[in-house]
Write a protein that binds this ligand. Structure first.
Ligand code: PHB
Length: 400
């Protein structure tokens, strides 16, 4: 009797050990993904919006990984545009942490600094934000799941030329601002518009008032602007309102960075009527976006609003999970890039998206949006859709 009991007990222990062992065997494949983002300084809200997108995706999509495969996300803070720091962090993630995939990166200068490192180490790099066109040409290991500034500003220039004769350009003085200026100017002037003045605004801690005053003095029909999304969007909108450009009949337009969804509640009434071209609006009523917004609010609270950066993070995570799934958790850099080159999602919260296999840049809809009040809140209301827009800079600069 005694003996039997001991045997049964031993059997149970053995069973338990098998269960633990097979659990360990199943969880053996860990894919290490480095995330370089912006969690401190004046642009910290951007990193928070990206993180929330990453965390929501991983929470809701654990079943999209093969059995026994887990993802370890290793987060690093580059602060704002800081190429030296970004390079150092990427180096450490690659050499010390042995990441297999790199992602994140709000700022273009950081992405450009990282590009040679991912080439040398053959680490696939999925960009969640940085939007200057040239970035993807700097490494065959880069694919972009966000946008380019040319993708929104060139069509915006064309659209604006149908409504306005003259424009003044005011952009943040770094690479995505320069792309925005060039994209808008080409779109606007190709379609018959005239640029009556231009100014470049410091990227760090700008005072927008003198720049908006200059724009007002030039008496254009419209001011076109790009600034990094987040708090600066609210500051430039305030300068536009306070200096009375709207009352002087001067319209304000730009890529969606100037009316980024999460800042609209902080902007007062000044943005009402502002037109932007962009690929994502939190209030868009496609079913995939409604589901995304419902999940977001359930996780982060009714008042929390995702931005285009959150959706960039969500979609890049889906591409990362797709690559992991299709390779059974064993990451091969070349295969990962092949998978990303053919990545498509007809149902992103922003609408259909696909990676252009020739450029590794995203193809997506651009929407003409107007800031209106919906249910008492400001919202970017989509008015027109320009379907399947490629990076316009690459379209103009490719050897065809
Ligand atoms: C960029 O650095 O590429 C960048 C930063 C902020 C934005 C858009 C682009 O809102």
């Amino acid at each position: 009797m005694h003996l039997v009991r001991r045997t049964v007990a031993a059997g149970i222990v053995a069973l338990g050990a098998t269960a633990v062992l097979s659990g360990a065997a199943l969880a053996q494949t860990v894919v290490k993904v480095g995330v370089i983002s912006t969690y401190s300084g004046p642009f910290a809200t951007l990193g928070d919006l990206i993180d929330k997108g990453i965390k929501l995706y991983t929470k809701l999509n654990a079943d999209k990984l093969p059995p026994g495969v887990t993802v370890e996300l290793i987060y690093r803070d580059a602060g704002g545009p800081n190429p030296d720091r970004a390079k150092q962090l990427a180096q450490e993630l690659i050499v010390r942490d042995r990441i297999q995939i790199l992602t994140g990166v709000v700022f273009t200068p950081n992405a450009l600094a990282i590009a040679p490192l991912v080439t040398e180490a053959k680490v696939p790099f999925a960009i969640m934000n940085a939007g200057t066109s040239v970035i993807t040409t700097r490494s065959p290991y880069i694919a972009r799941f966000s946008f380019t500034l040319w993708q929104s500003t060139y069509p915006l220039g064309q659209w604006a030329a149908k409504k306005y004769k003259t424009a003044y350009i005011a952009v943040s003085d770094f690479a995505p601002g320069h792309d925005s200026e060039a994209g808008f100017e080409k779109g606007f002037t190709d379609a018959g518009g005239t640029i009556v003045g231009k100014v470049r605004i410091p990227t760090q801690n700008p005072d927008f008032v003198p720049f908006m005053q200059r724009a007002k003095d030039a008496k254009p029909d419209v001011v076109f602007s790009f600034i990094p999304a987040g708090r600066q969007a609210t500051q430039i909108m305030k300068a536009y309102g306070d200096l009375g450009l709207d009352k002087a009949g001067i319209k304000f337009i730009g890529p969606g960075d100037i009316t980024t969804d999460e800042e609209l509640p902080n902007m007062g009434e000044a943005p009402l009527g502002v037109i932007t071209m962009h690929h994502y609006s939190a209030t868009a009523d496609r079913p995939a976006n409604k589901a995304f917004i419902a999940a977001w609010k359930k996780e982060y609270g009714e008042k929390s609003v995702p931005s285009f950066m959150s959706v960039g993070a969500w979609d890049a995570m889906d591409a990362i999970y797709t690559a992991i799934r299709e390779q059974g958790g064993k990451i091969n850099p070349e295969k990962t890039m092949e998978i990303w080159k053919h990545y498509k999602n007809p149902n992103s919260p922003r609408g259909p998206i696909a990676i252009d296999p020739e450029t590794r840049d995203i193809i997506q809809n651009e929407y003409v949006r107007e800031v209106r009040k919906v249910g008492g809140q400001l919202a970017n209301v989509e008015l027109e859709t320009i379907p399947n827009v490629k990076d316009q800079w690459k379209e103009f600069n490719s050897q065809k």
